[in-house]
Write a protein that binds this ligand. Structure first.
Ligand SMILES: Cc1ncc(COP(=O)(O)O)c(C=O)c1O
Length: 383
């Protein structure tokens, strides 16, 4: 077969090589601690959300819905956005998608094409690069590694990286893979550059509910001057332990929702009907369940940071999400291969996120398994 250039431009997800190795080792009987996946391993979707889905099925909510989502979910999303300070959005600004990733795909497809430039802040979640490349765009990147992944001290570097040629900038706070929450001053710096160069900014807020030490992640679209140039991306996967349900959304100026909505309508039609009903319940009645998970992740973060500091590893303390970046020396790919082969611990090489020399560990995993994993790394002289 003759494949299109757009698929030749991208690589399969970076986790695949390591997780293939992990699966092969497990098939051979090894007990692998998998710290590579961005999934919530030991929390299930809250019961009331599951019940809402079952009730919706029983009530016959099994057909197509309006393409942009059922009115009840869109209103609940608008209420949430308003609570986050994003008062510019009404239901006409919301598109409900099967997962946040589909939302990003639609937004990239609608906004950039061959010859356009997308700016990423490294370390950046793997799919941004792929989504930009599939859309035909070129990338410019700025590295925050030297600033312990904080954006504020990297604003001059960002200013050097973007220009009038830049069409789209992606901001992800709290961020995957680094877990940092960008300060208000950093977001204001982003705003200044976006206004100066007329850049649209995607604010990926999928980890917004998962922050630590009382820190709150400001929504970029609530910063003065950003209402009309921000696409706010969010979803249910992480905050509500709903990764497999595939439910997300974006909120944006109406003209973008209309344009991206054409791609949505011609590709997925709508998000799954009964899942959207469960989404209403998730937004309205899960405060306690979210807090229980958030607190558990915070305690796991503390455990890991303490463990690594005790072993002389200079890790930056994550302020949110459920990932930590571990410095491992020059060859992060070789390190990750050794870790899975010899210590039976799966991680993701930082090269996948634009930051070689690090690996990402996900800690949405049972605390005892986490300890087991990092102790094995220490025993195998990997720390
Ligand atoms: C930063 C970030 N954005 C978006 C997503 C997409 O999540 P989903 O498609 O499950 O909503 C993920 C998932 O890992 C993510 O880490």
């Amino acid at each position: 077969m003759d494949f299109a250039a757009r698929v030749e431009r991208i690589e399969p997800s970076a986790t695949v090589a390591i997780s293939n190795k992990a699966s092969r080792l497990e098939a051979e009987g090894a007990d692998v601690v998998d710290l590579s996946i961005g999934d919530i391993v030991d929390f299930d979707t809250p019961e009331n959300v599951k019940d809402a889905a079952t009730e919706a099925l029983d009530a016959g909510h099994t057909g197509y819905t309006p393409s942009s989502g059922i009115p009840a979910l869109k209103s609940a999303i608008v209420d949430k956005l308003h609570a986050d300070g994003l008062t510019q959005y009404g239901t006409e600004n919301v598109m409900v998608t099967p997962g946040g990733k589909q939302g990003l795909f639609e937004v990239f497809q609608a906004l950039v094409e061959g010859g356009d430039e997308v700016a990423l802040i490294d370390p950046a979640w793997v799919s941004y690069e792929a989504l930009a490349k599939v859309a035909g765009a070129d990338l410019t990147r700025v590295d925050t590694t030297g600033y312990d992944f904080a954006l504020e001290p990297a604003l001059d570097d960002l200013a050097d990286a973007v220009s009038d040629e830049t069409d789209l900038l992606v901001v992800n706070s709290p961020g995957n893979p680094h877990g940092m929450v960008y300060s208000d001053a950093a977001l204001e710096g982003v705003r200044d550059l976006a206004v100066e160069h007329d850049i649209t900014v995607v604010s990926d807020e999928i980890y917004k509910e998962i922050t630590y030490d009382g820190i709150e992640a400001t929504s970029l679209g609530s910063v003065d001057g950003m209402a009309d140039r921000t696409v706010t991306l969010n979803g249910f996967s992480k905050a509500y332990a709903m990764t497999g349900w595939r439910l997300g959304y974006y909120a944006a100026p109406e003209e973008l929702v209309e344009q991206a909505g054409k791609i949505h309508g011609h590709s997925v039609t709508c998000a799954v009907n009964f899942v959207q009903h469960a989404g209403v319940e998730a937004l309205e009645n899960t405060d306690e369940a979210i807090e229980e998970m958030r607190a558990a992740f915070e305690s796991r973060r503390d455990t890991l940071v303490e463990f690594f500091h005790d072993h002389g590893k200079d890790v930056a303390t994550p302020e949110g999400a459920f990932y930590i970046m571990l410095p491992v020396g020059n060859d992060d790919v070789a390190w990750a291969e050794t870790a899975v082969e010899e210590a039976h611990v799966a991680t993701v090489p930082g090269s996948a996120f634009g930051t070689p020399g690090y690996v990402r560990l996900a800690y949405a995993n049972d605390e005892a398994r986490l300890r087991e994993g990092v102790e094995r790394l220490a025993e195998n002289d990997l720390l």
